[in-house]
Ligand binder design. Structure first.
Ligand SMILES: Cc1ncc(C[n+]2csc(CCOP(=O)(O)OP(=O)(O)O)c2C)c(N)n1
Ligand SMILES: [Mg+2]
Length: 610
């Protein structure tokens, strides 16, 4: 991202600043400024944290906070974004932070809203993305509970629902403690390794009049930046290992969307003449058509060229690669890889006993305990290398316009690339059948990465959040979702339509939860049973679902079903035109079921190398 783009994205938007989103849902003035209730303090703390939006689905457990956001803060900074499901609220905040690196808030109703939000919180956790989740409970003081409803919406330890996959949670017991909890929440969420946090607000505390006003607080003084630099000795040691390496390989994993950091990675690879491997689990980390990029980005397992580079490597530099142990195991089985391994990560700081998303324990000869964005420039300095890339890759040519009576996912990609042409676009989400070779990434915002926890249904919501962050950036957000993913998350699109957030969603509609057909085929083969039955309990037809109508029902433009490769580019071009006019557009593209051979092999592989 260029500094100008970042400035644009981070620019404070106010209703007065001619912001169409900010002009939506303006309250009549409430005529009071002083905080009068516990929830006014919570709302002020969110503003002090510079939280721009709060995506929510309403609930009586936080009606006090809801009132404070509307009538005390005037529904600005943060501005509410109404969502039709709590999972979308968190997914939107997740997508927003994937682009900006900054946390939004998501508010969910007591235990039941939190139950709905859990998968999205888990996705954000696995993706190491900050989200401030605000929840609520019926009055903690049993004497204050209304009959029935307050009792079912009160749990002894509500945070336990999410404690295994948030960085921190709290249930403050006074307005002062609420303010402190929210500042701590914002700070912890946005301090590396980043992640979601949960703050549960007692309904009684929210609604109680403020007995004594709280003294003003300078939030920034309670949220000191905590940059972690690798130890100089470790950097020197890494530099000498890199200098001595003959066949170094860089695994470019969890990195930011910063263009400066991207350029530093390219400069490092060029200085070392290192092969670079990326995959689709994480956002674009290196130009995929750079001569040093080994093969195309893989999905689950490394592609052939990447596997060959790793097998030959004498040094592997992992830049917070997701599942380093698993990648090595795929190639070397139980043998320890011959290469020396330098790992750059801080991830161990958030490993816990509940979630195994920390993956296997990799062999590491040298750990640089830092974020890759911090370690790479330090390595460049130690190597005495330039910090700018030497080479600029030539723009890739466009594929031919596909023709034929059927559409494969590769043909869909080709038609979409042609329809996009020279426009700057961001792929906000990709389906499981995507072939990394079909779309070159040349900028950190070209692809935003997967959802983290492999929770299906997040594609639409995360994409709305990415689109929110990219408004006015000059980049068009494009989601390519599987039909299963789209159908689970489809009502997230209403929020984009309602708040005038342009977005293109292309559905790679194979009318199936096809991933699991692959698994049933595998089981049938292992057991010598009929493979022909693999579609049962997987296929989404009879009736076919009219996905374009589901878009239109929510005020979006709906296109398709497009069933033929011939003419697909024209349909996609029309949809792109609609998005350029400010619309949310959905194109239902009927694709042939099928994955790349590498994806199928990776899906059905056993734990050991095969
Ligand atoms: C919440 C959730 N439910 C179920 C799954 C198991 N699952 C993994 S992929 C998949 C199929 C997704 O279907 P679709 O988005 O249409 O993609 P396709 O496999 O057809 O390419 C399912 C059900 C999951 N990962 N997450
Ligand atoms: Mg499908």
């Amino acid at each position: 991202m260029t500094p100008a783009q970042r400035a644009q994205i981070e620019k404070k938007r106010t209703p007065e600043a001619d912001d169409p989103l900010g002009a939506i849902e303006r309250p009549v003035p409430a005529g009071t400024n002083a905080a009068g209730f516990g929830s006014d303090v919570a709302a002020e703390a969110l503003r002090a944290l510079d939280v721009p939006y709060i995506a929510l689905n309403p609930g009586a457990s936080y009606r006090g906070l809801h009132d404070s956001l509307v009538n005390h803060l005037g529904n600005t900074q943060p501005q509410m974004l109404l969502c039709l499901h709590e999972e979308h609220a968190v997914a939107i905040a997740h997508g927003y932070a994937k682009v900006t690196g900054r946390a939004m808030a998501a508010a969910v109703h007591s235990n039941v809203g939190l139950f709905h939000a859990t998968m999205a919180i888990f996705n954000a956790w696995c993706d190491r993305i900050p989200v401030i989740v605000i929840g609520a409970t019926g009055p903690v003081d049993a004497a204050k509970r209304r009959p029935w409803i307050d009792w079912i919406h009160t749990a002894r330890d509500q945070g336990a629902i999410v404690r295994g996959y948030v960085k921190w949670d709290d249930q403050p017991a006074s307005p002062a403690a609420t303010r402190e909890a929210l500042l701590r929440a914002g700070w912890i969420a946005q301090t590396v390794p980043r992640g979601p946090v949960y703050v549960n607000l007692d309904a009684e505390l929210q609604e109680a009049p403020l007995e004594t006003p709280l003294p003003p607080i300078d939030a920034t003084r309670f949220m000191p930046p905590a940059p972690v630099a690798p130890a100089p000795a470790a950097i020197a040691q890494a530099a000498s290992l890199l200098r001595a390496a003959k066949r170094p390989v860089i695994l470019a994993g969890r990195v930011s969307r910063s263009l400066a950091a991207w350029n530093a990675r390219v400069a490092l690879a060029e200085a070392l003449d290192a092969r670079v491997i990326t995959d689709l689990k994480q956002g674009a980390a290196f130009p995929t058509d750079h001569p040093l990029h080994a093969g195309a980005p893989g999905t689950i397992a490394p592609v052939k060229e990447a596997a060959a580079a790793l097998r030959e490597a004498d040094l592997i530099l992992s830049l917070d690669w997701i599942d380093l142990a698993g990648t090595l195991r795929t190639l070397f089985g139980d043998e320890t890889p011959p290469a020396r391994i330098v790992q750059v990560t801080l991830d161990h700081l958030v490993h816990n006993g509940w979630s195994m998303d920390y993956m296997g324990l990799p062999p590491v000869d040298l750990l640089l305990a830092a974020e890759p964005d911090v370690a790479v420039p330090a390595l460049l300095t130690a190597l005495g290398a330039a910090t700018e890339p030497r080479s600029a890759t030539a723009p890739a040519g466009l594929p031919d316009s596909p023709t034929g009576d059927r559409v494969t996912v590769d043909q869909l990609a080709a038609a979409l690339r042609r329809a996009v042409g020279a426009r700057a676009v961001t792929l906000t989400h990709l389906p499981l059948g995507w072939n990394g070779a079909s779309w070159p990434f040349r900028h950190p915002l070209d692809y935003i990465g997967a959802e983290g926890g492999a929770g299906i249904g997040s594609g639409p919501g995360v994409s709305v959040g990415v689109a929110l962050a990219l408004r006015d950036s000059g980049r068009m957000p494009i989601a390519v979702c599987g039909d299963g993913d789209f159908l689970m998350g489809v009502t997230a699109l209403w929020t984009a339509v309602h708040y005038r957030i342009p977005l293109l969603v292309v559905v790679a509609n194979n009318r199936s939860f096809y991933n699991d057909e692959v698994h049933q085929e595998r089981v049938a083969r292992m057991r010598a049973r009929p493979v022909e039955n693999k579609w049962i309990g997987q296929r989404i037809d009879d009736p076919d679902i009219d996905l374009a109508a589901m878009a239109r029902a929510q005020g979006a433009r709906g296109f398709g079903p497009a069933t033929r490769a011939t003419g697909l580019e024209a349909i996609l071009s029309e949809a792109i035109g609609a998005v350029e006019g400010g619309a949310v557009a959905v194109v239902d593209v009927r694709v042939e079921p099928g994955y790349t051979p590498a994806m199928t092999a990776a899906l059905t592989r056993t734990a050991k190398a095969t």
